[in-house]
Design a protein around this ligand. Structure first.
Ligand SMILES: [Zn+2]
Length: 262
């Protein structure tokens, strides 16, 4: 599942390639035909990400909302666009660029009021300037739920997915099952500051790297060396050598070091 950094990276790409252009919009697959007809021929005014949600503003109260979910993908390339194939939900085209959306969980037109309602349900996004970590802290500090569940709850923090969740907990040596209300305030402040740095680096690089240089072999960061615990079940912890554990929590795999994180 794409995490927040991917959506912010997409928004940035759409700002660079599509914003300011009058776009042709079509839904070759037909599932978004009505919506596409309403934005066809309009100028894209802005593209923005909040957590894992992407928004395009076409003016006149027409906001495109996309949530990629598990299988969604946007691909942008220079024209000419090939013949549409398969389940192509939405194709946007300027003179120079085409952008194809497939497999998204949500692809819909919303009014400004509907966008505000949706945003009001989201917690602060570490990638948005001015986001207030206190809003997340209020939820965390009052909850008996495990911190690992709270971090994945988009109404607590917007944009964290499974990788950032596992890695953030490791980096701060927090037991994933610790109830939110038992997390020390200073730990949360440090976690938030760390998230901002890690996620910004993710936007820049287009990938998630959470290991510190001291904890991985020198040179290019390979996929194997990019994380402390995520998908490292049974491998030795990079810090203490204990085998990394995995368990399911709310239908998602959790990874942690039982020695470092207790
Ligand atoms: Zn360890």
């Amino acid at each position: 599942v794409p995490e927040g950094h991917s959506l912010h990276r997409l928004a940035r790409e759409h700002r660079r390639l599509l914003v300011g252009h009058e776009l042709r919009a079509s839904s070759p697959q037909g599932r978004f035909a009505e919506g596409a007809a309403l934005i066809d021929g309009h100028v894209l005014r802005s593209a923005d990400a909040y957590g894992k949600h992407l928004f395009h503003d076409y003016g006149a109260g027409r906001h495109l909302h996309v949530h990629l979910g598990l299988y969604g993908k946007w691909v942008s390339n220079p024209q000419p666009a090939p013949e549409p194939r398969g389940a192509l939900r939405l194709r946007l085209e300027s003179q120079e660029t085409y952008a194809d959306l497939r497999g998204a969980t949500a692809c819909e037109l919303l009014t400004g009021a509907e966008v505000r309602t949706l945003l009001a349900r989201l917690g602060p996004d570490p990638l948005r300037r001015g986001s207030d970590p206190d809003l997340a802290w209020r939820r965390i500090s009052r909850s008996r739920a495990p911190i690992a569940s709270l971090l994945m709850d988009q109404s607590v923090v917007a944009g964290i997915g499974n990788v950032y969740r596992a890695e953030l907990l490791f980096r701060h040596r927090v037991d994933p099952y610790l109830p939110g209300r038992d997390l020390p305030r200073e730990t949360w402040d440090a976690m938030w500051a760390d998230l901002v740095v890690l996620m910004r680096a993710g936007v820049k690089a287009g990938r998630i790297v959470t290991t510190d240089p001291a904890d991985r072999p020198a040179g290019r960061v390979t996929r194997e060396n990019a994380h402390y615990v995520y998908r490292r079940t049974g491998l030795p912890c990079r810090v203490c050598g204990t085998k990394v554990l995995t368990a399911e929590l709310l239908a998602r795999n959790l990874y942690w070091c039982p020695h470092c994180q207790q």
